[in-house]
Design a protein around this ligand. Sequence first.
Ligand code: PBG
Length: 326
Amino acid sequence: MGFPLQRMRRLRGSETMRRMVRETSLSPNDFVYPLFVVYGRDKCIPVSSMPGVCQLSVDRVVPEARQAQALGIPAVLLFGIPEHKDSRASGAYDEHGVVQEAVRAIKDACPDLLVITDVCLCEYMDHGHCGIVTASGEIDNDATLELLAREALSHARAGADIVAPSDMMDGRVGYLRQALDREGFAGVALMSYAAKYASGFYGPFREAAESAPQFGDRKTYQMDPPNVREALREVQLDIEEGADIVMVKPALAYLDVIARVRQRFDHPLAAYNVSGEYAMIKAAAANGWLDEERIVLETLTAIKRAGADIIITYSALDAARILQGG
Ligand code: PBG
């Protein structure tokens, strides 16, 4: 051949060989399982754009959390759909709100399972925005922080292990850290949605959480998709303000962002495999166009290979079952 032939295929010849040289491995330890909690009893309302995902009442959320724990998944992430929405998001910091009750019930049933709560106002606001809207229709950053702190504290009092602000207001990580410390919750960890983009991939979630903005969009607070250096600044600021875990969201169209954050920072890094990413796989699989199990594992592996330590995914139970071999 006239050149030294490098036989790359030697290391691909058998499953055992491939297993030995594999660089990335997935485990249920990597997953966080999101759950949507609604008011009422014995409710399991399917989300049409997310096949396999339901809005669950507190009594039905507990067995789902138990299953996650039994499969070796370390944490669930809770979102609440309140009974009433208003312009102050009062359901968000109601001591007996859906999320607060669900945290108590899950911690009671599964004390070792970590409970993470999403801290945001959009599900609780009548206008669907993540912050307080002023008379002129703007999102009031600094006034919103106070409500977010009330929400996070009510989650901490209910027993949340980690609070996860997803609102993208400036300064909220430092503000929440101070509030938690002041109220005796220094042990509650903070996972910040640090680089959260204004993405079309959240469409199905907004059906699940009933949180679509009633006017305008989220582009004045969530990040502009073309930017990556800005993501590094967001992560840097959240770390300076006290974030314990930082997150990139969505995951698949932002694998480069995950990789850049991984290179630059040593904090635990989470990636959110969002609703639209889940829906695309489900839709293609339902049409017989893709092999669902294979695509789920390939997708989650890609997110891990890019550098994520923690993957928040609606496929967590399915993937854990596949990894356990059925
Ligand atoms: C709330 C929030 C959203 C998601 C997580 N927290 C929606 C949004 O910002 O509009 C999206 C999750 C998903 O799509 O799976 N702010």
